[in-house]
Each structure stands twice: as C-alpha cells, then as structure tokens.
Design a binder for this molecule. Sequence first.
Ligand SMILES: [Zn+2]
Ligand SMILES: [Zn+2]
Length: 132
Amino acid sequence: MKCPIDGTVLQADKAEAHTGYGCISCKGSWLPKSYVASIQYTKEFDPQTFFAEVSSKAHQTTHNKCPCNCGYLRTTPEEEGVSFCSTCSGVWFEKNALKELLLRYNNKDDSFTAASSIDAIGFFATIGALFK
Ligand SMILES: [Zn+2]
Ligand SMILES: [Zn+2]
C-alpha cells in the first residue's frame, strides 16, 4: 500500500497512537475499516456513527488515491485532514488528524472498573473461540 499523498510505501504499525499503516514521509496514517472499528475497544467511540457521518458528509473528491486502489478518496470540510474511501471504508488521516480524532473520545479505561475489564477479557476469549 502506498501513501495517497506522496506515494511512499506505508508501514504497518507506524500510525500515531493506534494500529494502522503510517507514512514515514508525511506522517499520515491509513486505517482500514476494521482498524477504525477497533478504536471502540480502547475509546468511547462508536464506529457505526463515525462511518455514517463521514460517508454522508464526505462529498468532496480529492486527488488522493485510496491505498487499496479503489479510486479517489473523499473529504469533508468538517473533518480537517480526514479522507474517506467510499468503496472499502478505509480512512486516511493526515499528520495529527488521527491523534486529534482520538483525543475527542474518552479512554474506556477511565470509566472501566477492574471487574468489568475482566469481563471484557472473558468476552474477547469467547469471541476468539468462536472463530477457531
Ligand atoms: Zn505520505
Ligand atoms: Zn478504498
């Protein structure tokens, strides 16, 4: 996958503060749909609301191509530095845009008690078992 801005090959796990694909040149980050959705495990973040919002707002076509080769990314004036692929639902964050988005949502750890974290681990263990 290549950076939509400068064509640098994106590197896995180099995205700021979150798992994703980062560009070492412009410091942008590409998050495939499942990576964006996984923010909900660490933050008070609702991926369905987020995707519904970006897909309804992002009407401006950019000159930047989706790293997954779907076509051009779209953007919205409301979300500065954030571009969206309407085909694969991946999201491109310019430098600091991902960090700023993550700052808008509270960490789940702040409100979670130790007991409920153990419940969450049990939940993920169950889900993991289902996919074996
Ligand atoms: Zn780049
Ligand atoms: Zn795409």
